[in-house]
Design a protein. Structure first.
Ligand SMILES: C[S@@+](CC[C@H](N)C(=O)[O-])C[C@H]1O[C@@H](n2cnc3c(N)ncnc32)[C@H](O)[C@@H]1O
Length: 261
């Protein structure tokens, strides 16, 4: 593996996210922007954690209830707690996971993602999600596209500002999946003044601008699929664990899970 060139001068999405999640894989530029955003919008840390907990509940549902054993995780982020393969393989060790990201730092940490249990597989693809043919060709080397696949695009579609482009990319990926596959996504939403201000600061100081969408725009990504209950909601309220007391706090991060008919 060639040593990737890492731009440490500008804040990068995966690294700032890692900082909010309490990780160490970030640089001063990431911490500076991340801390400033946390001042404007203290809810970001809760949102980042709620986002990860949503991923855990989605993958758990897919393995336990839907019988899915293959995952394509686009916009992986830096390895943290409860990565997709860890959640899936803890429940079904034979699970196969393909991760896709285009950040060189994620690539340099990919080995940490490749710690599959022997019964399953984990692969990493260094690619831009704007190139679905390339991503799908690489995924086909490791996943069986005649059997259901769980496609997850978490916290990543907001990096594609144009709605039509984002929708057509989701369509390209979903179209490649067999019936019975599932698609889950979540993203930051323009549902509070603080998150809008935080996104403006982020966009002025980062390598990859984040485009906030309304919950309705996020729901459109699931068009043509069977959206599972409770639909597209604040991720903390998507099938919260029964141990959670009362209704979990709303976060400006919406997501859902749908089945391909
Ligand atoms: C906010 S992080 C989300 C990480 C993880 N999915 C999560 O929910 O915790 C967004 C990730 O998307 C990746 N990303 C952004 N644009 C991308 C693109 N065009 N192709 C592939 N990955 C991309 C970034 O490098 C980053 O790792």
């Amino acid at each position: 593996m060639n040593e990737p060139v890492i731009d440490t001068a500008t804040a990068h999405s995966a690294r700032v996210w890692n900082h909010w999640l309490g990780g160490k894989d970030n640089y001063p530029a990431d911490r500076e922007v991340g801390d400033h955003i946390r001042e404007i919008f203290p809810g970001i840390v809760t949102a980042a954690r709620a986002d990860r907990a949503f991923l855990v509940r989605v993958v758990t549902h897919l393995v336990r209830e839907a019988g899915v054993r293959q995952f394509l995780d686009i916009g992986t982020g830096l390895p943290t707690a409860n990565n997709t393969h860890e959640v899936a393989q803890a429940l079904a060790p034979e699970s196969r996971v393909v991760y896709v990201d285009n950040d060189p730092l994620v690539l340099s940490h990919a080995r940490a993602l490749l710690t599959s249990v022997p019964e399953g597989t984990t692969h990493y693809v260094d690619a831009d999600m704007h190139e679905p043919e390339k991503v799908l060709a690489a995924a086909r080397e490791h996943l069986d596209f005649t059997r259901p696949i769980g496609l997850t695009i978490m916290g990543t579609l907001g990096h594609i500002a144009d709605d039509a482009t984002a929708r057509s990319l989701v369509r390209a990926y979903v179209d490649a999946l067999p019936s019975g596959s599932h698609f889950a996504a979540n993203d930051s939403t323009n549902t509070s003044a603080e998150v809008v201000e935080a996104a403006e600061h982020w966009n002025a100081n980062s390598a990859a601008p984040m485009h906030l969408r309304s919950p309705e725009r996020i729901e459109e990504f699931f068009d043509g699929m069977e959206l599972l209950e409770p639909g597209v909601v604040s991720v903390s309220r998507w099938r919260p664990d029964t141990t959670d007391a009362g209704v979990p706090e709303h976060v400006d991060q919406y997501g859902g899970l749908a089945r391909k008919p």
